[in-house]
Design a protein around this ligand. Structure first.
Ligand code: NAD
Ligand code: ZN
Length: 348
């Protein structure tokens, strides 16, 4: 094996990403080395490409980007006994500390010292990735590398969707991005009655309909309030999932909820967003912030659901060889794509 590898690097503090040679990472005794087969492009990678305020404050340069991946273990650290060379895998991209109160209580996803691969630590847009063995999630044979490469955002969707009981409930999802669409598929799989998804982008709503059985609502020209009687619902939605990061959408959601409704918020609003708190108090609404995935309960549940009929494959709309990564990023930026998957296998 050459000690150099192809990698997609934030090499300079300006717009863009650059394909360049980097050293193959050396692993420590508790790590594995993973040969990357497929990677997914995330909204986070677009922020890093654009070098916006968040990226400038967060990402040290140079940084190999990317955190959504599927690959195969090619080397084991000296202390790693539970995994094998040749094992197909994906993995949790949040590297947690072990010393916080939350980690020591087993709530790994709440560790305040979490560091993200492709953001704070060298990432997965490369031929090889070093990952702590603890973070590895083996892939069963029936889960393809394409799906393996989108388990990170599917995990965001599953974590959000499983925040509240969904059986027989009427569910509103605001934002038909890839994560909102996958959350709709999970809500359907988990036994929701009505699943309504809003967006202002018709292409995204059309894609949502191709992925699962739901009611799309274009809030640019349709009132959410009109949908409630049309679906023979009496008051409004029992469970909300905010997946747009848009404050208008959150406002619409609060209005459309039942008394005692429950909202899980994954979307990241732009700074301080005005919210009518009196509506939340008088409607007795519960709001839960959702970050990342539950480590590793979300991974367990999502793999089990994928093995038991959950199908999100249509959310992948584009495949590119990694040498054509610029086309992949252009597809993501167009707003018309679902998930975009890059193939690293032809580079080897
Ligand atoms: P995305 O940007 O692809 O999708 C957001 C969608 O919201 C777009 O289709 C957009 O057209 C739509 N939208 C905009 N205004 C709207 C409105 N008024 N009403 C309804 N829809 C509207 O994002 P994604 O990758 O699917 O991620 C969803 C959200 O989750 C983003 O805000 C992202 O930053 C956030 N996120 C959070 C975490 C976390 O750990 N909390 C992890 C991943 C992503
Ligand atoms: Zn991601």
């Amino acid at each position: 094996m050459s000690n150099q590898m192809k990698s997609l690097v934030k090499a300079k503090p300006e717009q863009g990403l650059w394909m360049q040679q980097s050293p193959v990472p050396e692993i420590g005794p508790d790590d594995v080395l993973i040969r990357i087969n497929k990677t997914g492009i995330c909204g986070t990678d677009i922020h890093i490409w654009n070098w916006d305020d968040w990226a400038q404050k967060t990402v040290p340069v140079p940084m190999i980007t990317g955190h959504e991946f599927a690959g195969e273990i090619v080397e084991l650290g000296a202390n790693v006994t539970e995994l094998t060379v040749g094992q197909r895998c994906s993995g949790e991209g949040h590297l947690i500390g072990k010393n916080s109160r939350q980690s020591r209580a087993g709530h790994f996803h709440l560790d305040p010292d979490t560091r993200g691969i492709g953001v704070n630590e060298q990432g997965a847009f490369a031929q090889y990735l070093r990952l702590p063995a603890f973070n590895v999630v083996p892939l069963p044979d029936e889960i393809s590398d394409d799906i393996g490469a989108i388990l990170d955002p599917l995990g965001n969707a599953v974590h959000t969707a499983l925040s509240f009981d969904l059986i027989g409930e009427d569910v509103l999802i605001t934002g038909a991005g890839p994560i909102g669409i996958m959350a709709a598929a999970v809500a359907r799989h988990a036994g929701a009655r009505n699943v309504v998804i809003t967006d202002i982008n018709p292409a995204r709503l059309a894609l949502a309909e191709q992925v699962t059985d739901l009611v799309p609502v274009n809030v640019a020209n349709e009132e959410l309030a009109d949908v409630i009687p049309r679906l023979k619902m009496k008051q409004g939605f029992d469970v909300g999932m905010e997946m747009s990061g848009n404050q208008v959408a959150l406002d619409q959601m609060i209005e459309a909820m039942v008394m005692g409704g429950r909202i899980a918020m994954l979307g990241i609003p732009p700074g301080k967003s005005p919210v009518d708190w009196s509506r939340i108090v008088f409607k007795a609404i519960t709001i839960k912030g959702v970050y990342g995935r539950e480590i590793f309960e979300t991974w367990y549940k999502m793999i089990a659901m994928l093995q038991n009929g959950l199908d999100v494959s249509n959310v992948i709309t584009h495949h590119f060889d990694v040498d054509d990564f610029e086309q992949g990023f252009a597809a993501m930026k167009s707003g018309a794509s679902g998930k975009v998957v890059l193939d690293w296998t032809k580079s080897i």
